[in-house]
Write a protein that binds this ligand. Structure first.
Ligand code: APR
Ligand code: PHB
Length: 394
């Protein structure tokens, strides 16, 4: 078959790109290795910057988010046993974030795609990308034992960190930057009311913890754990017990516990690929970069990549200009490195690093103390957390 844009991967990046292109009348197909149920079973962060909310609205998939999402104007930093609120809204001239799970975003995108009658091939095997250094790239895959070929103008590599697109880029044309952190996040989801109406980021001697939420009746909590810990090592009771010990007395008292409905350990990684374009193949979202989850920038970066990529394709077809395509990689990478820096910094500030000793904790506590008492310090964290404007630094 022939299409204008072949999108590899039906995570939030691929589905959002598909939706934006559909709105602009550009023909695309989405090819995904897994089943829709599998894609929806992955639990990821749930804090959307205004920029992301705007892109979802532009794609026409924002209605349920506005109905069910929770608007947060601040969050708490807990250290030395005390909680301090960062009033994001005041510090950034009225900006907020939207708490709405990535699973819900993906669900809304899938529904919109189905409603528009657009093609998504799920459970495609042996997906491969070819000839993206020519003006006639191809994607091949197998489905139910039958081989298929898609001839296209462009390939969008939205296939996540373990995808085939980045792996197919010529080795001499690609540079990868990576940092792996010496701990993981153990997360649980439970149908219990959140301990607090906003998020709490915890620096404690026992390690980092995060109290997040999906709704007023569903909570998401995380604990920093050694990389060697397995989910099976942690009963629900052990999780709640450890979380309690990392909280302040008031939160400890308010914490409502219950059975977990999901429990998983995730590694933490900073990773960036340069460039994000190889001829007529483009990387977007986790295919091109990974942030550690502290600050929840992953989905937000994916949304801006996709916004820029859709603009580039729209300009190409409507105005016959290559400008957006030529500047895609550089434009995205500027924003990516800023979010990578913030995510690395926030991770470094809040976690225990094995072997660094008590002085490291003292440095962190002194920095946190400075941040909450300095208007400039508080604003630095607030403006990064709500997301820097798209035209920042230009
Ligand atoms: N062929 C087809 N599809 C593939 C292949 C392949 N060879 N390899 C991977 N995929 C699919 C995966 O199954 C997955 O559904 O690509 C999709 C990539 O989705 P995500 O990993 O969710 O990545 P992305 O869409 O870029 O979303 C970024 O996810 O990890 C979070 O923090 C991140 O929130 C951010 C968001
Ligand atoms: C989440 O709700 O899963 C979440 C929220 C904030 C983060 C990371 C994860 O910084």
């Amino acid at each position: 078959m022939r299409t204008q844009v072949a999108i590899v991967g039906a995570g939030p990046s691929g589905l959002l790109l598909g939706q934006l292109l559909h709105k602009a009348g550009i023909d695309a197909i989405v090819i995904e290795r897994q089943s829709p149920e599998y894609v929806l079973s992955r639990i990821r962060a749930g804090v959307l910057e205004q920029v992301t909310v705007d892109v979802l609205d532009e794609a026409g998939v924002g209605a349920r988010m506005h109905r069910e999402g929770l608007v947060h104007g601040g969050f708490d930093l807990l250290f030395k046993g005390e909680r301090h609120r960062i009033d994001m809204s005041r510090l950034t001239g009225g900006k907020n974030v939207m708490v709405y799970g990535q699973t819900e975003v993906t669900h809304d995108l899938m529904d919109a795609r189905a409603a528009a009658g657009l093609t998504t091939v799920y459970e495609a095997s042996n997906v491969a990308v070819h000839d993206f250094d020519t003006d006639r790239p191809r994607v091949t895959y197998e489905k139910d034992g039958v081989k298929h070929e898609v001839v296209c103008d462009f390939i969008a590599g939205c296939d996540g960190f373990h995808g085939v697109c980045r792996a197919s880029a010529p080795r001499n044309a690609i540079r990868e930057y990576e940092k792996i952190y010496p701990f993981g996040w153990l997360g649980i989801l439970s149908d219990t009311p959140p301990v607090h109406h906003e998020l709490i980021y915890v620096n404690s001697q026992r390690g980092f913890a995060l109290c997040s939420q999906r709704s007023t009746t569903r909570s998401r909590y995380y604990l920093q754990v050694p990389l060697t810990d397995k989910v099976e090592d942690w009963s629900d009771e052990a999780f709640w017990q450890e979380l309690r010990m990392r909280l302040d007395p008031a939160a400890r008292e308010h914490l409502v516990t219950g059975p977990s409905i999901e429990k998983s350990v995730a590694p933490l990684r900073s990773f960036v690929t340069e460039p994000l374009r190889f001829g007529r193949m483009f990387l977007a979202g986790d295919a091109g970069h990974i942030v550690p989850p502290t600050g929840a920038k992953g989905l937000n970066l994916a949304a801006t990549d996709v916004k820029y990529l859709s603009q580039a394709f729209i300009e190409f077809y409507a105005d016959q200009t290559q400008a957006g395509i030529d500047s895609y990689s550089e434009r995205c990478l500027k924003r990516i490195w800023r979010a990578e820096r913030f995510s690395w910094w926030f991770t470094s500030l809040m976690h225990r690093f094995p072997g660094e000793g008590e002085i490291a904790q003292k440095f962190q506590e002194a920095e946190l103390d400075y941040l909450i008492h300095s208007e400039a310090g508080s604003r630095t964290i607030a403006e990064n957390y709500v997301g820097l404007p798209l035209d920042f630094g230009r």
